[in-house]
Design a binder for this molecule. Structure first.
Ligand code: C2O
Ligand code: CU
Length: 596
């Protein structure tokens, strides 16, 4: 039958259908995921373990979307303690209810129940991660988030021939007792667990016993270019990463594009995600990609895992597989190479192009100076095994203590006694932060639940100063929920508020959600407080976070509905039940804050 032009009577239908198609094209794409958390048996390091995993996999499932999509993740907790999940780097405009950090925006999801998170993608484009945000459950509960350009749009670099997700993880010998041991250590004031291994996509690689057969392989063709989405999901370790004989070109970080930066290695803080390109342009063969611990602690702290985790890049073609793969001897920096770490992160710049412009706040209305320290905490429960003080950490000498009702709920419902709104803009005393001559009391901090309130749309500048208090100088990757921020300045030593701002980069500073305050150094960051809600701010090294290096920013509502925080969904996990079930098992009940 010949195709006829539509008769007049069909036209209205056609017009209607076309209009509809346009509407659909403009509407957000919605995706649904089911995440089932349960104890799963896996074998690693010659031993069988039962670990809490999502959908039985380590790393967990990948969330893949286009920029601007909307995702609902239904989390079914079939484990035996409370958990929360967090969508790291997703700004979640006006909706902290789905952000996840325990006792900040929600109470844990009790075992045997489920909770649906709404993950709303807006400006993010590139790579992020999701992870548990309760206790140290994220050791085994984490995965990748891939955000492709909007449909019809392209990358700001030539389309790679292939892409691969590389999730770096850490391994604890405590297995599923990790949270219990952690809780006990925190109660007793003892040192908290350190990982004993690192992994690439859930595998230790060739240098660990019983692991060679499952080493992760990436297969490449000579002459092609590949996009690696590299994620540091380790709990407490900054990591160097390199590929033998292949340069890496950084093109994005924390779901924002960067100016292409060619480097033989990269350094990722926990929570950082870096997009790199590399071209398979070497003699066909096998090459290791490898990650090694970057320890920013003093060189006499050596009780960390020194084993390098590896995966294999395997070229197609005819060559002998007998010889072992080439190792990045020259390019992978060593454990204490502070200079290698600093010089890499200081070189990052945002793309700042017409299609991806920078928008650095220029007229600052709120300045804060926050000193990040390892601290002594007067033993909170008077039963510390190691003496009258315990090891802790702090921001401006305030060491955070989680309340038992989440801050968001308390803010929304005006419940008093949960937090106070007096987090200080400056440290209590000024001294030579990076010297060895600090007064004793500079190292003592209080356990408090103090938040910082900001007016809607304030332009904020924060200088984070690292300190050597208690000879505890170390890098602190600061992470903010609900926002990305520009790193307009950085340096080693003490921040100078007269000369250092003269060197700020207000043109193309890197735009990130996590950035390392270097060992014995500082960074200056800027953002506009235009996302109303309750947002967690913390060091992403969980050792430090569990010791108290965090606070909460509450950004007040603006004048309109579009500039105000949304109300809660119809169901939020209950606070009493969840900590009864979750906490009784592992630790004493969190206390209400006390005022001293
Ligand atoms: Cu990666 Cu508070 O998060
Ligand atoms: Cu830290």
């Amino acid at each position: 039958m010949a195709i006829r032009s539509p008769s007049v009577s069909f036209l209205p239908t056609l017009v209607f259908l076309l209009a509809n198609a346009l509407l659909v094209a403009e509407a957000t794409n919605v995706h649904y995921y089911d995440f089932v958390l349960r104890e799963t048996n896996i074998t690693k390091n010659c031993t069988s373990w039962s670990l809490l995993l999502v959908n039985d996999s380590l790393p967990g499932p990948t969330i893949q979307v286009h920029k601007g999509d909307l995702v609902f993740v239904n989390v079914h907790n079939q484990g035996d303690y409370g958990v929360t999940l967090h969508w790291h780097g997703v700004k979640q405009p006006r909706n902290p209810w789905s952000d996840g950090p325990e006792y900040i925006t929600q109470c844990p999801i009790p075992p045997g129940t489920n909770f649906t998170y709404e993950v709303n993608f807006t400006t993010e484009e590139g790579t992020l991660l999701w992870h548990a945000h309760s206790d140290w459950t994220r050791a085994t509960v984490h995965g990748a988030i891939v955000i492709l350009p909007e449909e019809g749009n392209t990358y700001p670099f030539p389309k790679p021939d292939g892409e691969e997700i590389i999730v770096l993880g850490s391994w604890y010998s405590q297995g599923d007792e990790l949270n219990a041991v952690l809780a006990e250590d925190l109660d007793e004031g003892a040192d908290v667990p350190r990982s004993v291994g690192y992994m690439i996509n859930g595998e230790f690689g060739d240098f660990v016993a019983c692991s060679q057969d499952s080493t992760y392989h990436m297969y490449v063709d000579y002459g092609k270019t590949y996009h690696l989405r590299i994620i540091n999901a380790a709990v407490s370790a900054e990591l160097f990463f390199a590929i033998a004989d292949h340069n890496l070109t950084v093109v994005g970080m924390d779901a924002a594009y960067t100016k292409p930066l060619v480097s033989p290695y990269i350094m990722l803080s926990p929570g950082s995600t870096i997009d790199v390109l590399f071209t398979a342009n070497q003699t066909p063969g096998r090459y290791y990609m490898a990650a090694r611990r970057y320890s920013s602690e003093s060189t006499d702290v050596t009780n960390f895992d020194h084993v390098v985790t590896t995966a294999i890049i395997q070229y197609s073609g005819n060559y002998s597989l007998d010889s072992s793969p080439i190792f990045p001897n020259r390019s992978l920096p060593s454990y204490f190479d502070y200079d290698a770490a600093d010089s890499f992160i200081f070189m990052l710049r945002s793309l700042a192009s017409e299609g991806h412009p920078s928008d650095v706040p220029l007229n600052i209305t709120r300045r804060m100076f926050i000193v990040a320290s390892i601290s002594e905490i007067l033993c909170p429960h008077h039963d510390c095994v190691i003496g009258p003080t315990t090891i802790g950490s702090s921001l401006n000498n305030q060491s955070w203590e989680n309340p038992s009702t989440d801050v968001l709920q308390a803010y929304y419902k005006n419940i008093s006694g949960v937090y106070t709104a007096d987090f200080p803009d400056f440290p209590p005393v000024f001294y030579n932060w990076t010297g060895d001559d600090m007064p004793e009391e500079s190292g003592v901090s209080d356990k408090v639940t103090k938040v910082k309130m900001l007016e809607y749309n304030e332009s904020v500048e924060i200088v984070f100063q690292g300190s050597d208090i208690l000879r505890g100088a170390e890098s602190h990757p600061m992470h903010m929920h609900g926002y990305s921020f520009y790193v307009v300045g950085h340096g080693l030593g003490n921040f100078d508020n007269v000369t250092d701002p003269l060197n700020y980069n207000l043109v193309d500073p890197v735009l990130v959600n996590t950035f390392a305050v270097p060992r014995d150094g500082w960074i200056a960051i800027r953002f506009v407080a235009n996302n109303p809600g309750v947002w967690f701010w913390h060091c992403h090294i969980d050792r430090h976070m569990s010791w108290g290096m965090e606070t909460v920013f509450i950004i007040k509502d603006g004048d309109t509905e579009e500039t105000s925080m949304r109300g809660p969904p119809s169901y939020m996990p209950p606070c009493e039940d969840s900590y009864n079930i979750a906490r009784m098992k592992y630790r004493r009940l969190p206390r209400q804050i006390s005022h001293t």
